[in-house]
Every structure is written in structure tokens, then in C-alpha cells.
Design a protein around this ligand. Structure first.
Ligand code: DX5
Ligand code: ZN
Length: 220
């Protein structure tokens, strides 16, 4: 299991400090939530913020684009330092082409599905992907409640990937905490995103360790 803290819940006035804390705590990915105020009802950050963090941490830059017309911004995020770019199934009419655009930048490609979007939409693109992101809340804000039906969706996706014998990682994002992380990992999640469960904790390194222990099934 890999951990991807979402900087959406970090202290933006002390962003690098928070990033260093989760890096030191052993987190593998840095999950960067990009929102445009159109696809989702919130506005966050753009490529300049990604660029300003680049070179200051060795974590994988995992950029989650919750924006319309993602094809217009792929090059900018790739140049800013994204290692993975994830776009939403609901935003790209020409999904296959946009995935190729991401890969042409030398960046890994992910596709995200909103809670109501079917796994069937992945049928003809799954083998082109490095990662699928299952949204377990409706995107737009941190601190929402996990939608229980998403656990079965993760299980079914894992089954699709295994049946095709593909090397696609499953990321799950939204409402994950120490109480539900184990069932999500057991269902097949490889990468766990956590925003409020990490950055709203008094003891951030302790929260990271707790999530990892619970996720990996150690009761200690
Ligand atoms: C939601 C974002 C998430 C969010 C997760 O739209 O994509 O990455 O930050 O936050 P929590 O873990 O608090 O649900
Ligand atoms: Zn996200």
C-alpha cells in the first residue's frame, strides 16, 4: 500500500513545511488536487504551485485534475513537474487521445471515475493506463464522508485488471480514515489518498503511521 496525502487539507501558508512532514513520515506520493470552479464547485491551485514544489521533495507528484478541457493544461502540468496526471472520465469526450497526450509528455496516465460513473467506461482504455482513481466522494472538497458502495467498485475494478492481467494501479480518494482504510485496501486499492485524516491531525506523522498500520492490517 502506498500513501498519497492530499495537500488540499495542508496549510497553504506553510505548504513546503507540511510537504516535508509527510515526506519524512514515509509517504510515497504527494496528491495535488487541481480544481477549476467549473467541473467542481471549488478552485485550488495551478501549475505554478506544482513547479514551486518541484525539486524540493522526492515524492511522486500525483496531479489530480478536476478540470474541464484537461487537454489544454496537460503540457503545463507536465512541464511543472507532474509524474502522474489523472483526468476525469467525465471531462474528456476524446479520452483515448488525451491519454496519449499525457504519455507523450513522458508522464504516467491516470483516469478518475466519479462515484456515479460506471467501470464499463474503462473497457477500451484500461490497458493504456498506469492508474485508475476511484472517487469515493463527489469531488470538490476535502473532509467528506466515504461512500460505502465504492468498496465493491474497487473490488470489481481489481477483478477487471487481474482478468486482463494488466499492471494498472488502483487509487482511492475521498473520506478515507483509519477506520475504513483496511477494507479499501483489502478490496484492491494500491494507493490511498488521505487529506483531512492526515493534515487535520494534531500529530501528522502519527496519523500517517496509524493509517499505514491499519491499512496494512497490523493491529499494533
Ligand atoms: C476531493 C479531492 C480529495 C480530497 C480528499 O475532491 O480529490 O483528494 O482532498 O480529502 P479527504 O481525505 O479529506 O476526503
Ligand atoms: Zn484528489
Amino acid at each position: 500500500m502506498k500513501l498519497a496525502p492530499s495537500i488540499l487539507s495542508a496549510d497553504f501558508s506553510n505548504l513546503l513545511k507540511d510537504v516535508k512532514i509527510v515526506e519524512k513520515a514515509g509517504c510515497e506520493f504527494l496528491h495535488i488536487d487541481v480544481m477549476d470552479g467549473h467541473f467542481v464547485p471549488n478552485i485550488t491551485i495551478g501549475p505554478v504551485v506544482v513547479q514551486s514544489l518541484k525539486g524540493k521533495t522526492d515524492m511522486v507528484f500525483d496531479v489530480h485534475l478536476m478540470i474541464e478541457e484537461p487537454e489544454k493544461y496537460i503540457e503545463a502540468f507536465a512541464k511543472a513537474g507532474a509524474d502522474i496526471i489523472t483526468i476525469h472520465q467525465e471531462t474528456a469526450a476524446h479520452m483515448h487521445r488525451v491519454i496519449q497526450m499525457i504519455k507523450a509528455q513522458g508522464v504516467k496516465a491516470g483516469v478518475s471515475l466519479n462515484p456515479a460513473t460506471s467501470l464499463n467506461t474503462l473497457e477500451y482504455i484500461l490497458e493504456d493506463l498506469d492508474m485508475v482513481l476511484i472517487m469515493s466522494v463527489n469531488p470538490g472538497f476535502g473532509g467528506q464522508k466515504y461512500i460505502p458502495a465504492m468498496t465493491e467498485k474497487v473490488r470489481r475494478l481489481k477483478d477487471m485488471i487481474d482478468r486482463k492481467d494488466l499492471n494498472v494501479e488502483i487509487q482511492v480518494d475521498g473520506g478515507i480514515n483509519p477506520d475504513n482504510v483496511r477494507e479499501i485496501v483489502k478490496a484492491g486499492a494500491d494507493i490511498i489518498v488521505a487529506g483531512s485524516a492526515v493534515f487535520n491531525a494534531e500529530d501528522v506523522p502519527g496519523a500517517v503511521q496509524n493509517l499505514r498500520r491499519k491499512g496494512e492490517g497490523e493491529e499494533r
